[in-house]
Design a protein around this ligand. Structure first.
Ligand code: C2E
Ligand code: CA
Ligand code: CA
Ligand code: CA
Length: 286
């Protein structure tokens, strides 16, 4: 791991690593890595575009590999999906992230004007199909004491394309308990927009490709129209819109103008350790 400024890790370059690391080696090392506690979570703030306040964070898993240093999820989540290890790994991420969020809640000063931070956790398709999803989530929430409303589970748009009721049922149950469901990487999956209505989803996370289109000011008029259309559709269905990959103030400003609700990206903060997030959220309260 290369230690970069502050307290965070710079993820290794996936292409350079691919040469050094065999898929096979990583795949066989995964179960022991989970047992040895080699995974850790970085938190990236979610910021309200309206007032610039941090209102939550997305949990992003990393692997501190004894030989290769810090590996980003693109190196091992697909392997964990393939072998099924994603179920226990995902359960660990959920448990750890919820525990962290509960800790932030406890730390929030009584009478403090900042609402407690919310936590977003990614779910992969295999987890979605796993029969224990609802029970595991209820269990994690109950043990931690975190209110279900403080948890948002992110599911990719592609995982829900053509989803039947059997697949949606656990998500509906979670939504009824108050857990928010976000549709991640939205706009990349060619889903039928009309289908959005039947999904138990509260948030659309616009894929980074849309944010990239907002780099110039003024942005390409067609790009603007597309984002405008998605935002207005989302709002008419009472869904909130989060944008990811915001790297510059120009992007943030244009996305705010287009009515996006929440943003995430390097412009605000890179993913980092949990204590830094708490400091950020308190800092913008003053
Ligand atoms: P994602 O859910 O779309 O997460 C956003 C990714 O964009 C993260 O990459 C984040 O570090 C990166 N990012 C954030 N801001 C910016 C920015 O301004 N510019 C750019 N270029 N990138 C930005 P990361 O951490 O490498 O994660 C990659 C993917 O791995 C995630 O994409 C998610 O699909 C998956 N993932 C991460 N953690 C978990 C997990 O606990 N469980 C599962 N199932 N998947 C996970
Ligand atoms: Ca995500
Ligand atoms: Ca995403
Ligand atoms: Ca993505």
């Amino acid at each position: 791991a290369k230690s970069a400024g502050g307290n965070r890790f710079e993820l290794a370059d996936p292409e350079a690593d691919a040469r050094a690391i065999t898929r096979h080696g990583l795949t066989t090392a995964l179960p022991a890595a989970l047992e040895r506690g080699e995974f850790f979570i970085e938190y990236q703030p979610l910021v309200h575009l309206g007032d610039g306040r941090v209102h939550g964070a997305e949990a992003l898993v990393r692997w501190l590999h004894p030989q290769h240093g810090v590996l980003g999820p693109d190196h091992f989540i697909p392997l964990a999906e393939h072998t099924g290890l994603i179920v226990p790994l995902g359960r660990w991420v959920l448990q750890e992230a919820v525990r962290q969020a509960r800790f932030w809640h406890e730390q929030a000063e009584p009478g403090c004007s900042v609402p407690p931070l919310r936590i977003n956790v990614n779910l992969s398709p295999t987890q979605l199909h796993h029969p224990g999803l609802v029970a595991d989530t209820v269990d994690v929430l109950e043990r931690s004491g975190l209110p279900p409303g403080a948890l948002c589970l992110e599911v990719t748009e592609s995982a829900l394309i053509g989803a039947d009721e059997d697949l949606l049922k656990p998500l509906r149950q979670l939504a009824e308990m108050g857990v928010d469901i976000a549709l991640d990487d939205f706009g990349t999956g060619y889903s039928n927009l009309a289908n959005l209505r039947r999904l138990p989803v509260r948030v659309l996370k616009l894929d980074r490709s849309f944010t990239r289109g907002m780099q110039q000011h003024p942005a390409d008029p067609v790009d603007r129209k597309i984002v405008e259309g998605i935002v207005s559709l989302a709002h008419s269905l009472e869904l909130a819109v989060t944008v990811e990959g915001v790297e510059t103030g120009v992007q943030a400003e244009q996305l705010r103008e287009l009515g996006c609700d929440t943003a995430q990206g390097w412009y605000y903060a890179r993913p980092g350790p949990p204590d830094r997030l708490h400091t950020l959220s308190l800092a913008d309260a003053v």
